[in-house]
Design a binder for this molecule. Structure first.
Ligand code: FA5
Ligand code: MG
Length: 378
């Protein structure tokens, strides 16, 4: 069976994902997220926002966009990287950033992994929604599993020549107008800004940020598709735009959700506040339980990486971990060694934690950090 023909409705067995191969870096914690498919739950904020975006595209260009939301999350490195022109030495290919099933298969790190194959099916406008996986930092707006929606629209020459613009300018303008329209549809008036950025698969490339809880929050990346992707997988003589939206980020802004872990909590006090079609709901926090802070200092090693530390802490503390943040770092003039101090915040979203259980978790974090990350605790 081709990975691309498999259904997400039949989740993989554990041995298919945690393969025991040398390149495999997938934890039980991550395996358990596969097949949950929050975007298939109509009354969940992720399902609601998906539908609201579908509604916007249906209203503004009826019948234009095909919708795919059950493509299997294990993809080849070819689909995830090569076909998207990600250079061989790009950081996103590193096992520090991406979950590898085997040396040539990954848990997709973006829905762009399906762009080329969907173009090859001959579709000229589509929305692909799915769960994506990344080794990343830990805080209120980052989670190792989240949901993206990819959008692609292909134009033919008759469309841009009628506008009097060149093809790239035409596509770029249509893209920005489309996404600004979407932001208006979802949020009414919010403070937004466009930033120029870089993606290997688009040129020019942009990011959209929204002002939320006192900070600029990145909600999407987009741009005019690299012509070689389109020529190779669709047909010559066309131009296209593409975008990738972070659904959790949009849902956080829309529904006023302060912590990304809430989407996964399964807590009725959270879930009962949302209903299919209701974009007016605003999350009312239920009692917040007290946080518990634990600091850990160590001499780093050349191989040390923050993502490895986050992965290790998540593997032990699961969703009790709210944040991992570097609070101090200095290099000793004597031996030129660098000491880092990380603060780990533990907090449950539905109960009080006891000192004993946190201490037990933190002891394990310390022991494993020393042993597996090969650093010297201070
Ligand atoms: C991408 O993934 C590109 N594939 C997007 C794209 C598609 C660009 C098509 C151009 C054309 P990026 O890594 O910036 O880009 O992620 C896109 C969005 O995913 C971010 O803007 C953010 O909303 C969301 N996101 C990224 N990392 C996390 C995370 N750890 N937790 C939650 N949301 C995240
Ligand atoms: Mg980005």
């Amino acid at each position: 069976v081709l990975e691309s023909d498999r259904s997400v409705r039949a989740p993989p067995s554990k041995s298919e994902i945690i393969t025991g191969e040398a390149s495999n870096n997938i934890t039980d914690y991550i395996y358990e997220k596969i097949g949950v498919n929050l975007h298939h739950q109509p009354n969940h904020p992720i399902g609601i926002i998906k539908q609201a975006i579908y509604d916007y595209f249906e209203a503004s260009s009826p019948g234009t966009f095909s919708k795919l939301d059950d493509l299997y999350p294990v993809v080849t490195t070819t689909a995830n990287f090569d076909e998207m022109l990600v250079p061989p030495d790009h950081v996103s290919r590193s096992p520090n950033d991406t979950y590898y099933v085997s040396s040539d298969k990954v848990l997709r790190c973006h829905t762009s992994a399906h762009q080329a194959e969907t173009l090859r099916k001959g579709l000229n406008a589509f929305l692909v929604t799915g769960d994506v996986y990344r080794r990343d930092s830990i805080d209120a707006t980052h989670y190792p599993v989240f949901h993206q929606m990819e959008g692609v629209r292909v134009f033919s020459e008759t469309e841009w020549s009628a506008s009097g613009l060149d093809a790239t300018e035409f596509a770029a303008r249509d893209l920005k107008a489309t996404l600004e329209g979407l932001a208006k549809h979802l949020f009414g008036n919010v403070e937004c800004r466009w930033l120029d950025t870089y993606f290997p698969f688009t040129e020019p490339s942009y990011e959209l940020e929204i002002f939320f809880n006192g900070k600029w929050l990145e909600v999407l990346g987009c741009g005019v598709m690299q012509q070689t992707i389109l020529d190779k997988n669709y047909k010559p003589g066309h131009r296209a735009w593409a975008f990738g939206l972070g659904l959790e980020r949009l849902a956080m802004v829309l529904f006023d959700v302060p912590d990304i872990r809430l989407f996964w909590s399964g807590d009725e006090r959270f879930l009962s506040q949302f209903k299919a079609g209701d974009l007016k709901a605003r999350f009312k926090p239920y009692s917040k339980f007290p946080p518990c802070y634990k600091d850990m200092a160590f001499w780093t090693s050349p191989e040390f990486s923050e993502n490895n530390l986050c992965e290790l802490v998540r593997g032990i503390g699961g969703d009790l971990v709210e944040e991992v943040v570097l609070i101090d770092s200095f290099t000793s003039p004597k031996n030129n060694k660098t000491s880092n101090c990380y603060r780990i915040t533990y907090r449950s979203m539905n109960r009080s934690l006891t000192d004993e259980e946190i201490n037990a978790l933190q002891d394990k974090v310390r022991a494993d950090t020393a042993e597996k990350l090969k650093v010297q605790l201070r």
